[in-house]
Write a protein that binds this ligand. Structure first.
Ligand code: PEP
Ligand code: MG
Length: 599
């Protein structure tokens, strides 16, 4: 029976495909596809784990003290029975064979299926056996973590060849950590749905960077959608339609084709310079997560990288962090791919919704932070790991010998952080000099994403060559709204007059000080804000490559000066969004449509 689930639209477009459920809230395991020739190895890992758990349970049972209640032994019998039941391990093997899931994923997928069957049982005693099943699965997962590790690295790009024929796949999860999202980045999914998350959570950001429709904060989605259900994701409206009727399916297929055509038309603007109707040149830059994204950035017509989120290099590594040489190679690859265009590398922004797994003592502290968004993240984290910080700075400096590199520091709030950062940079330079390594002079910029930094901008500007406004965090910290929490997502409001006021002020002050200013938060790639940002005097915006064409189209249609003359009215309005729409209507009636010109 068809039904709908509602969430937050975070990445536009329509996706149609079969549901692949991952990452249950019950168990937290890695999910990745394996290559054909790894299937038997993965099945063997499962077998070894099952034998180990069987030994464990048998030993437990044998060593039960005489006074132990008889129920305990009976319970262990139930666990042993579940362990050997074909519906658990047999079916798990099938997930591995047929869908090429890694063993942990296969096991958790099967747990999901069985747990639902238990939930639907009439008999209360049988229903309660679900907890036993979960315990057995947990034992198996722990045994796998202890036992022979997967002898190969996750293969994110691997297609599950024999799976579901040629049907497109849609990922459904309770939550997807940004690290997992990265795994799926070059994978097979045509859309994403998660139960939790906000519009600017990093999971949503990575989904947008993949340019595939996504809905987050869909609450119960992963509980009520079943493996293999047909799903439509309406990424514009934030609606998920499960098991759609043929008529609805046809309507959405039509919309999908329309939106593909629209994208193709926009893509023709790729090499058109972004200049407003009144001749203002606007720099459209790309946000990237991995060096390989630089290719998409160039293809989209970006004139540089405005934000390389370097922390993604630190993820999915089982706690082993990339050393200086490995980082250097990654930065160099990005810089060389951009063929002389500038690449702005941000030092790691670890923490908040991008934790590192199993790392240092600091990281453990972070994991248990009551309020991670306010805790040890970004530059705070880097300064608490001075050796690692200098290592990263050296790697970035070294990459500057291969192209135009800019260094960006996230989340500065205190002048002491500025001083320590510049000292670390000076020390990194000195170490490179001593080692005889080459590097060039690079511009150093600060991200303005904490209200304290925005409010004391002139002081910060004395120490930096440029600033880049991180609106995602600036909104989060100005409005005291956790950007990753769907429960307060309705209060996360980029149109809030306080946010717009801060933004306008930072742009104006940076320009007055003759310092380059850019916006690299999600607002930069949101077409609803292009005119307003231009009216504020912004001439540099950094966004996902997939958003560049539609922002460019907006730039081409805007008269920046006429918009600027309405800025005060918009900023002082109780409802800036409405005021902005009014100005838009006022300035557009005679607008000549800018048609995409083929390059
Ligand atoms: C921001 O905060 O706007 C930003 C660009 O950084 P991130 O989204 O990675 O926190
Ligand atoms: Mg930020």
């Amino acid at each position: 029976m068809s039904f709908q689930v509602f969430g937050l639209p975070v990445s536009r477009g329509v996706a149609i495909g079969r549901a692949v459920l991952v990452a249950s809230s019950r168990v937290d395991v890695a999910h990745y596809f394996i290559d054909e020739d790894r299937v038997e190895g993965e099945v063997a890992r499962l077998r070894v784990a099952r034998d180990a758990v069987a030994d464990e349970l048998t030993t437990l049972q044998r060593d039960l003290p005489a006074e132990a209640p008889a129920e305990l032994s009976a319970l262990l019998d139930v666990h042993l029975m579940l362990l050997h039941d074909d519906t658990l391990t047999g079916a798990t093997k099938q997930w591995i064979h047929e869908r090429h899931y890694n063993a942990e994923w296969a096991l958790s997928a099967q747990l999901e299926v069985l747990a639902r069957q238990f939930d639907e049982m009439e008999d209360e005693y049988l229903r309660e056996r679900k907890a036993d099943l979960e315990q057995v699965v947990e034992r198996l997962l722990r045994a796998m973590a202890r036992g022979p590790a997967s002898s190969f690295a996750p293969a994110p790009g691997v297609r599950p060849r024999d799976f579901a024929g040629e049907d497109p796949l849609v990922l459904v999860a309770n939550d997807i950590a940004p690290a997992d999202m990265l795994q799926f980045k070059r994978s097979v999914f045509t859309g994403f749905i998660t139960d939790v998350g906000g519009k600017t959570s990093h999971t949503a950001i990575v989904a947008r960077s993949m340019d595939i429709p996504a809905v987050v904060g869909a609450r119960e989605a992963s509980r009520i959608i079943r493996q293999d259900d047909w799903i439509i994701i309406d990424g514009d409206a934030g609606i998920v339609i499960v098991d759609p009727s043929p008529i609805v399916l046809e309507e959405y297929r039509f919309r999908q084709r329309q939106s593909d055509l629209g994208r193709e038309r926009l893509a023709r603007l790729r090499h058109t310079p972004a200049v407003t109707l009144d001749g203002e040149r606007v720099e459209l830059l790309a946000n990237i997560e991995m060096p390989s994204d630089a290719i998409a950035a160039l293809e989209a017509g970006a004139v540089g990288v405005g934000l390389f989120r370097s922390e993604f290099l630190f993820m999915n590594r089982d706690g082993e962090l990339p050393g200086e040489d490995e980082q250097f190679e990654a930065y160099r690859a990005a810089v060389e791919s951009m063929k002389g265009l500038p690449v702005t590398i941000r030092t790691v922004d670890i923490g908040a919704d991008k934790p590192l797994e199993r790392m240092s003592a600091n990281e453990l502290r972070h994991d248990h932070a009551l309020n991670p968004a306010l805790g040890l993240r970004a530059i705070r984290w880097s300064l608490s790991e001075p050796g690692m910080f200098r290592q990263q700075l050296r790697a970035i400096l070294r990459a500057s010998a291969y192209g135009k590199v800019r260094l960006l520091i996230p989340m500065v709030a205190h002048l002491s952080e500025v001083r320590l950062t510049l000292e670390a940079l000076a020390r990194a330079r000195q170490q490179l000099n001593e080692a005889g390594r080459t590097y060039t002079d690079i511009d150093v910029g600060a991200m303005i994403e904490v209200p304290a930094a925005a409010l004391m901008l002139p002081t910060f500007l004395r120490h930096f060559d440029f600033v880049s406004i991180g609106t995602n965090d600036l909104i989060q910290y100005t409005l005291a709204i956790d950007r990753a929490d769907e429960a307060v997502a309705h209060l996360y409001d980029p149109w809030h007059p306080a946010v717009l006021g801060l933004l306008a002020r930072v742009i104006a002050q940076a320009r007055a000080a003759n310092k380059h200013v850019s916006v690299c938060g999600e607002m930069a790639g949101d077409p609803d804000f292009t005119q307003l940002l231009l009216a504020m005097g912004l001439r540099s915006l950094s966004m996902h490559p997939s958003q560049i064409a539609s922002i460019k189209q907006n730039v081409l249609r805007t008269e920046a000066r006429r918009w600027a003359s309405h800025l005060e009215a918009i900023l002082s309005s109780d409802d800036p969004q409405r005021a902005c729409e009014d100005v838009s209507r006022l300035l557009s009636p005679g607008r000549r449509a800018v048609t995409a010109t083929a390059s």
